[in-house]
Design a protein around this ligand. Structure first.
Ligand SMILES: Cc1cc2nc3c(=O)[nH]c(=O)nc-3n(C[C@H](O)[C@H](O)[C@H](O)COP(=O)(O)OP(=O)(O)OC[C@H]3O[C@@H](n4cnc5c(N)ncnc54)[C@H](O)[C@@H]3O)c2cc1C
Length: 384
C-alpha cells in the first residue's frame, strides 16, 4: 500500500522533527524514522549545551538567532524553561594557536566573554587542579538546554498539526516518477512531491538513494562519561569547564559530572558506542587536570557529530534531484540550530527564500546550499 502526502521527512531526530512540525503547517506531512523511537541517535546523546559563541561564524549567527525561540517558545511547546543558566570557563595551558584571544575578540557585546584570574576560575569551578592552567576566560551566556523537551516539543507540535510519525520505517529506496518521490520502507511505501533528508549521519546515504549531489558528510564519534563526585565538586551553579588545547570538557549534570575528551573520530554512520581505552584515557586526563578521583564510571555513551568540509549546516534543494531537500551537517550544534534550520527549511521549500529575520542577519540560501563551492570541491576530490 502507498500512502500519499505533501511532504516526507526522513529522520526523526531533532532536525527532522523541527522541520516536520513547520512543514505540517503547510501541508500533510509524514515523518519516517528507521528506529522504533525518535531521538535514538545523535539527538538523544548530546551534551545539551547552548553555546552561542561556538563554531564557524555562520553557525554562531544561527545559534544566536535560535536563542529567541528557546527563551519564548510557542504556547504549549514545553512546561518549563528550555534554557537554564550554566556559564562556561575556557581554560588554557599553552594555547599555541591563540584560540583564547580569538574567542575574546569574536564575542559580540550581546554574548560577552571576559578574561578572569585563575583564582576566580577556581572559585567558580572548585574541581580545577591549581597550578595546571595559565589562562581562563568566562562566558556567562552559555546555558544548559533541555534537549529532550525541545525534541518532544517539536513532535507534539507536529502531531497537533495532524502530522504522522512512522517508526521502524527505514527508507531503503527512493524512486521519482510522475513528479513525486516514493520512499520504500519496511512499514510501507510513502509518496510525496517533496522529500526532506534529515537522516543525520546517514544523510549522504539517503542522498545516494535519490541520485542526489554528494555533500561529503563525515560522521565523527564523540565519547561521554558520567561520574559520581563529592558535592563540593558539583555545585548546581558551577560552570562547564573546557580546555582550549584539547576540547576536553566537564560539567555538572544532576549531581554528577558529565565529561568528554572532545574526541572527533571519523567513522561510518552507525549505532555509536564508546571505546574502553578512550574512557580510561579520559579518566586519567581528569585526574591530572582536575581534583577528581575517578573510582567508577556510572555510565558512558558515544554519539555522532556529522560535518561537511566547511563545518556549516546544509539546508536547501538538491541541484540535481528535483523535490529533494537537504537538512544535514549539523555537527556539534544541531540541537541549538534546530528551531532556525527547521523554519529555514520550510521557508525554502515554500517560497525559495529564507525568513526575514535570517535575511537581516545576513544569511542567504547560497550559504546553506548543498551545491555550495566548498562542498562541490570536496565531492570532486573524493571522486578524483
Ligand atoms: C556527545 C555529543 C555532544 C553534543 N553536544 C551538543 C550540544 O551541547 N549542543 C548541541 O546543539 N548539539 C550537540 N551535539 C550535536 C547534536 O546532538 C546533533 O547535531 C543533532 O542531534 C543532530 O540531529 P539530527 O536530527 O540531524 O540527527 P539524529 O538525531 O542522528 O537523527 C537522524 C535520524 O535519522 C534516522 N535515519 C537514518 N537513516 C534513516 C533511514 N534510512 N530511514 C529512516 N530514518 C533514518 C536515524 O535513525 C536518526 O533518528 C552533540 C552531539 C554529540 C554526539
Amino acid at each position: 500500500m502507498t500512502t500519499d502526502c505533501d511532504f516526507l521527512v526522513i529522520g526523526a531526530g531533532v532536525s527532522g522533527a523541527a522541520a516536520a512540525s513547520e512543514l505540517a503547517a503547510l501541508g500533510s506531512t509524514i515523518l519516517l524514522e528507521m528506529e522504533d523511537q525518535p531521538g535514538y541517535h545523535s539527538s538523544g546523546r548530546s551534551a545539551a549545551l547552548y553555546t552561542p559563541n561556538y563554531g564557524p561564524a555562520m553557525v554562531r549567527e544561527i545559534c544566536q538567532a535560535a536563542g529567541a525561540f528557546f527563551d519564548a517558545p510557542p504556547p504549549g511547546f514545553a512546561e518549563h524553561p528550555l534554557l537554564t543558566p550554566r556559564g562556561a570557563l575556557t581554560l588554557g595551558i599553552d594555547d599555541p594557536e591563540g584560540a583564547i584571544d580569538a574567542l575574546l575578540k569574536d564575542a559580540p557585546p550581546a554574548h560577552p566573554i571576559e578574561e578572569i584570574s585563575l583564582e576566580r576560575a577556581i572559585e567558580l569551578c572548585p574541581l580545577i587542579r591549581p597550578g595546571v592552567f595559565r589562562r581562563a576566560i568566562y562566558e556567562p551566556g552559555v546555558r544548559d538546554m533541555d534537549a529532550a523537551a525541545i525534541h518532544q516539543g517539536y513532535l507534539r507540535g507536529f502531531k497537533a498539526r495532524d502530522g504522522r510519525l512512522a517508526v521502524s520505517a527505514q527508507v531503503t529506496a527512493l524512486e521519482r516518477s510522475g513528479g513525486a518521490w516514493t520512499a520504500v520502507t519496511a512499514s510501507g511505501r510513502f509518496r510525496a512531491p517533496v522529500v526532506v533528508n534529515a537522516a543525520g549521519a546517514w544523510a549522504d546515504r539517503i542522498g545516494a538513494l535519490a541520485g542526489a549531489t554528494r555533500i561529503g558528510l563525515q560522521p565523527c564519534l564523540r565519547t561521554v562519561i558520567l561520574v559520581e563526585v563529592p558535592p563540593e565538586f558539583c555545585r548546581p551553579s558551577q560552570p562547564v569547564g573546557e580546555v582550549i588545547e584539547t576540547w576536553h570538557y566537564f560539567k555538572p549534570e544532576a549531581g554528577r559530572i558529565l565529561a568528554s575528551p572532545g574526541d572527533e573520530t571519523p567513522v561510518d554512520p552507525m549505532d555509536a558506542y564508546p571505546d574502553d581505552m578512550v574512557i580510561a584515557e579520559l579518566a586519567d586526563y581528569l585526574e591530572r587536570h582536575t581534583l577528581l578521583k575517578i573510582e567508577r564510571v556510572l555510565r558512558s555513551w558515544a554519539g555522532l557529530r556529522s560535518f561537511v568540509p566547511d563545518h556549516c549546516p546544509v539546508a536547501g534543494p538538491d541541484p540535481r534531484a528535483e523535490g529533494f531537500f537537504w537538512l544535514a551537517g549539523q555537527g556539534g550544534y544541531g540541537i541549538m540550530m534546530s528551531p532556525v534550520l527547521g523554519r529555514a527549511t520550510a521557508s525554502l521549500i515554500d517560497t525559495g527564500a529564507l525568513p526575514e529575520d535570517l535575511k537581516e542577519r545576513g544569511l542567504t540560501p547560497a550559504d546553506l546550499a548543498p551545491g555550495r563551492a566548498a562542498l562541490r570541491e570536496s565531492a570532486a576530490d573524493a571522486m578524483g
